[in-house]
Write a protein that binds this ligand. Structure first.
Ligand code: 5AD
Ligand code: SF4
Length: 495
């Protein structure tokens, strides 16, 4: 079935789902809670009287992880607890990513594997949501070929999850993938990962339409949350013992530009650098990071804020994508390498200890070996600490999907491998430069591979491993760096 929703808007902000609509969703949460309580004997969980279990798996970016924390908040309020594998779960939910094809293939593989589990346990509810579902051809494939999936909903229907799930519980298959813009909803608590790190979305969507990218099509136009709501979240996490916040948006540098255009009554609108400085004033929050910045929008005020505010980490993720001006133009990135390098120069001058990272796409349609050499040039010139590199993946509906490819797949893979070799050498060298230094590390947890090793991050966001007691989790410790590898640092506590 297709759900029609009440799209009443808040009186002075048409980008929020109304309070009345959220109240309606709360009623569905309550109805589901009562229903689950009445049906305890039907749950799959092996413990008598236990809560039903939900397994939530998230693909893709931090924004998706943050959305999953909202979904988990709703599931928790409905009375679900969580488990870490689909076996034995009463509800399985995949929150999907559409940015590249390999993430999509993994989702199809995982949904396929649930078919026999559902045959054994027909009460299991299977939900698939997120960016992939916002693409018509994908939602149709699931409708026709994956009949064991009960609920499909796109990014814009996130706030309606309680209503949709309630329909499923009445034995309907539900698809809600409408394309509507403007779906910020507050009034639902995040079920966050444990302290010390909290992710806080400050805006949703993207206006940039880089020609390779599906994000603006599946997440809609930029919508900023009010500074008031963001600050409320920051205060809440500080009180709950979180020490570091990561402010999230596809392009945080255009935070609030949409709010300035709207009729907003007497609400205070802060620019992104102003918002960062306000967040730093909250007691208990010791570190502030943010993701992601578009080079065309980076301002001197932002660079000043990073340089001046001790709590804003000396770290900048600034995706360059490629080092050829010709390809940057085809990508619709709206900066030249000259402009980009000017920003990097300014950042390095103002913040000498900056940790720099970037995103690179190899094999964009039309990219030649000559263009690729320019990407290597920029890596060597900037000397990023780490790069996130991707082979171009064709996305249906984007302009680049109809642009011709110049290089063969073999050539693209060979270039990609060459680039990794160049960058690994740079990353290792940059890490080795930290040998002997004492770094302030926020301890995040115990290493997955060794129970006697703690793991945390330095101010630049680099992983540091060292021996220590787990009572130090959530604390800051001074660690002397004694060993440097390409991807991480090792050290010993000095205090
Ligand atoms: N193919 C490969 N990489 C992509 N990215 C976005 N779209 C694509 C695509 N179609 C990369 C960009 C972006 C990062 C989040 O994902 O580098 O910065
Ligand atoms: Fe995609 Fe470009 Fe928007 Fe980033 S800025 S989400 S790469 S369209």
């Amino acid at each position: 079935m297709q759900i029609e929703s009440d799209q009443n808007n808040n009186k002075n902000n048409n980008k929020y789902i109304s309070h009345e609509e959220m109240e309606r969703q709360r009623e569905f949460i309550e109805k589901i809670r009562l229903r689950l309580e009445a049906n305890r004997e039907n749950i799959v969980s092996d413990q008598a009287g236990a809560k039903p279990k939900a397994f939530v798996e998230t693909y893709g970016c931090q924004q998706n992880e943050s959305d999953s924390e909202k979904i988990k908040g709703m599931l928790w309020d409905m009375g679900y607890d969580f488990c870490d594998k689909p076996d034995g779960a009463d509800l399985v939910l995949y929150n999907t990513c559409a940015v590249r094809e390999n993430a999509e293939l993994r989702v199809f593989g995982n949904i396929g594997a649930l078919k026999h589990k559902k045959r054994k346990n027909p009460n299991m509810i299977i939900c698939v949501c997120g960016c992939m579902m916002q693409q018509e051809h994908i939602a149709n494939t699931i409708k026709q070929k994956y009949k064991h999936v009960d609920l499909v909903f796109g990014t814009h229907a996130l706030y309606r999850f309680p209503e949709l799930l309630y329909e499923v519980m009445k034995n309907e298959r539900v698809f809600d993938t409408k394309n509507e813009d403007g779906s910020i909803f507050e009034e639902i608590s995040f079920k966050r990962e444990k302290p010390p790190l909290a992710k806080i979305p400050i805006m949703y969507g993207c206006n940039n339409f880089c020609t390779y990218c599906i994000v603006p099509y599946v997440r809609g136009r930029e919508r900023s949350r009010s500074a008031e709501n963001i600050m409320k979240d920051v205060r809440e996490v500080a009180e709950a013992g979180y020490k570091e916040v990561m402010l999230l948006g596809q392009n945080v540098n255009s935070y609030a530009l949409d709010l300035l255009k709207d009729e907003r009554g007497d609400e205070t609108v802060l620019s992104f650098p102003q918002l960062l400085r306000e967040v730093c004033k909250i007691d208990g929050i010791e570190r502030v990071r943010f993701m992601t910045s578009h080079p065309k929008d980076i301002s001197d005020e932002l660079i000043d804020a990073i340089a001046e505010e001790p709590k804003i980490c000396n770290q900048l993720h600034l995706p360059v994508q490629c080092g050829s001006d010709r390809v940057l133009k085809l990508m619709n990135r709206r900066y030249t390498t000259e402009k980009y390098l000017e920003i990097i120069k300014k950042v390095k001058e103002r913040i000498p200890d900056i940790t720099l990272t970037t995103d690179i796409i190899v094999g964009f349609p039309g990219e030649t070996n000559e263009d690729f050499e320019r990407t290597l040039d920029i890596l060597k010139e900037v000397e990023y600490d780490t790069i996130f590199s991707f082979i171009y993946s064709k996305r249906v509906g984007t302009p680049a999907a109809s642009m011709p490819q110049s290089l063969t797949d073999e050539e693209i893979h060979a270039n990609f491998d060459r680039m990794l070799a160049v960058q690994n050498e740079i990353s290792k060298r940059k890490n080795e430069a930290r040998l002997g230094r004492v770094e302030k590390v926020l301890v995040e947890g115990v290493s997955k591979t060794d129970p006697n090793t703690l793991t945390g991050r330095n101010e630049g966001g680099k992983v540091v491993n060292f021996a220590g007691d787990k009572s130090l989790i959530c604390e800051f410790v001074d660690v002397k760096i004694t060993k440097a590898q390409t991807w991480s640092l090792f050290g010993e506590i000095v205090k």
